[in-house]
Design a protein around this ligand. Sequence first.
Ligand SMILES: [Fe+2]
Length: 263
Amino acid sequence: MGVDADAATSTQDEICAEMAALRAGYERRGSDTEPETQPRLDYPPYRSSLLRHPTKDLHHADPETIELEAPVFGQRDVGALEADLTIQQGGEPLGERMIVTGRVLDGDGRPVRRQLVEIWQANAAGRYIHQRDQHPAPIDPNFTGSGRCLTGEDGSYLFTTIKPGPYPWKNHRNAWRPAHIHFSLFGTDFTQRMVTQMYFPGDPLFALDPIYQSILEPAARDRLVAAYDHGVTRPEWCTGYRWDVVLTGSHATWTEPDDGGVA
Ligand SMILES: [Fe+2]
């Protein structure tokens, strides 16, 4: 029996019990132990990662060799309109229009300038335009769910988009992901690229989600959650959220290891 078949038989209650046990074990750790601010790679409640999470030590590769094969982009290729996901298809997408903005900072709080920031997300109904997403929620013909921009001189980025909906996935029976936006920060070349996810405050699915919960330290999980910011909203037009990304240091935003990504 494959892992997918096994996973589908687990209930949400069983996943929650496993997550609670892991959390309790983490809370019993010694006071001299460093907080776990990165996700556990071996986190059994995240069933679909069991056979694909890294089990060996990372090995350094020659970055120059990788750069010969890796995608490249030119800063001049990034158009200003690509940061607005609501104007790409000639019609208005459905859902809550919102601005998502923030700054990309290094560990000392300095702005990281002229960085390529890419996002991708589900539509308001929780549906991706992707052949692997066939769950019965409507595709929005006016929303493809991807955009990009460059950070400004102050490290800031700004996207206009639609608030994504939660969506089901096949980690276990009746599994739902909290609403989220995927972020990629390219760095100055492909070997620096980092990928993470931004969430929305107060999501009732946080406690149920083994991807979010695979980060054991609560403060590190909280850093993935944007803040509603009324100063970002536009009258009669859109709501607004603020989310900063810190690349290094003790307040670094968690980023995904380069192992093929998550749901
Ligand atoms: Fe997703």
